[in-house]
Design a protein around this ligand. Structure first.
Ligand code: PMP
Length: 384
């Protein structure tokens, strides 16, 4: 039986992305590969809304490598950092940064709440932070922060704004020109490619800051990598570490299909799909973790009290849909997560809601099967 992967990354890939993975590896210095890399880098800039004078990178590694790259290159041992923490990946950022500096303040709204941009501004007015990190969508909670307003609130500050876009870029409205200095994602989520690539962009202020910081790492040192990507953008081969030729080809295929769909249309599709899923879950009577500021890309949903997570997930899988459990310590077995990003549309939404309804019902929840499907169908009409 066919199963669909509806976890918050990795996601289902389009057939042409999958097919591209079976093409034999070519030389990383060949003209053909440099053209693929150049095309992927240009599309990364486009999708991030990157300014002309910024530099993109695509480096083998998962999203956590992109997190490390985005702080290690800009921090000294005595640097001051503010971490905006709206979930598990905010915790991870604070832990990661603590390897480089101990001067970390954490701004943590209550569970399910996005940060108030005014609170970020207030914090940044009290201390001269070198770096402020914000997770756009925390995958553990499905809470989306308002990056545009945060960036605007920090406009007159020297602090570099670093945005973790791992669960947002490609599925949420995002534009580095709002005032984001450093942003990143990874291949396996809303960009619709297999896992294994750390992808990001460093803006002008970040590039200038790098010149004043001694690198504390080797593989994550952008001074080594950025010349390679600069050369590729100019159509020339250059070497630091062997690039993942096959994955970059697959990424370039998925980035081109994103470009073909158009960013505005793609974000709107993600918005409608997210609305349809939430509308269905609300109709079934389930409570979401976010209090407002819901992400387009992921939903974190409390289970009814009498339903056991592992049984619920197994039943959903038997109904053809793979879902994820919770990630927040203390409540991880009380909620589940649905990833809805990439090429998702009505097929995935309806199959998912059907599996959720069946699994809840079979696990003793008192729900009216079919009511969620009807609500989702109604919301999906906006797609046409
Ligand atoms: N940040 C966010 C918001 C994420 O969702 C993830 C992965 N789920 C990461 C960082 C880390 O990415 P990876 O698992 O690819 O290392």
């Amino acid at each position: 039986m066919k199963k669909i992967l509806m976890i918050p990354g990795p996601v289902e890939y389009d057939g042409d992305v999958l097919a591209s993975m079976s093409i034999p590896t070519i030389s990383h210095t060949s003209r053909e590969f440099i053209e693929i890399l150049q095309d992927a880098l240009r599309n990364v800039k486009l999708i991030f809304g990157a300014p002309e004078d910024s530099l993109p990178y695509i480096i083998s590694g998962s999203g956590t490598l992109a997190m490390e790259i985005s702080v290690a290159n800009f921090l000294k041992r005595d640097s001051k950092v503010l971490v905006v923490n709206t979930g598990y990946f905010g915790d991870r950022f604070a832990e990661l940064i603590s390897r480089f500096t101990k001067n970390i303040d954490v701004l943590k709204p209550g569970l399910g709440l996005a940060v108030d941009p005014e609170d970020v501004r207030d914090a940044a007015s009290k201390k001269d932070y070198d770096l402020i990190t914000v997770t756009h969508v925390d995958t553990s909670t499905g809470v989306r922060n308002d990056i545009k307003t945060i960036a605007s609130a920090l406009k007159d500050k020297n602090s570099l704004l670093v945005v973790d876009g791992v669960c947002s870029v490609g599925g949420e409205s995002f534009d580095m020109k709002w005032g984001v200095d450093i942003a990143f994602t990874s291949s396996q989520k809303a960009l619709g490619a297999p896992p294994g690539l750390a992808i990001g962009v460093v803006g002008k202020r970040g590039l200038e800051r790098m010149e004043r910081v001694d690198p504390l790492t080797y593989y994550s040192d952008l001074r080594k990598w950025l010349p390679v990507f600069k050369s590729a953008l100019e159509g020339r081969a250059s070497y630091f570490g062997t690039p993942n030729v096959n994955l970059i080809r697959a990424l370039s295929v998925s980035l081109n299909s994103i470009k073909k769909e158009g960013m505005e249309k793609r974000i709107r599709r993600h918005e409608i799909v997210g609305d349809a899923i939430r509308s269905a879950l609300n109709t079934i009577g389930l409570e979401m973790i976010p209090k407002s500021s819901y992400a387009n890309t992921v939903s974190a949903v409390y289970l009814p009290k009498n339903v056991e997570l592992q049984k619920f997930l197994s039943q959903a899988e038997e109904n053809g849909v793979v879902l994820a459990g919770g990630l927040i310590e203390g409540i991880s077995s009380k909620y589940f997560r649905i990833g809805h990003m990439g090429s998702v549309g009505p097929v995935e939404v309806l199959a998912t809601i059907s599996a959720v309804e069946n699994s809840l019902k079979n696990n003793g929840a008192r729900i009216e099967a079919g009511s969620g499907i009807a609500a989702a169908q109604q919301a999906l009409q906006k797609l046409s």
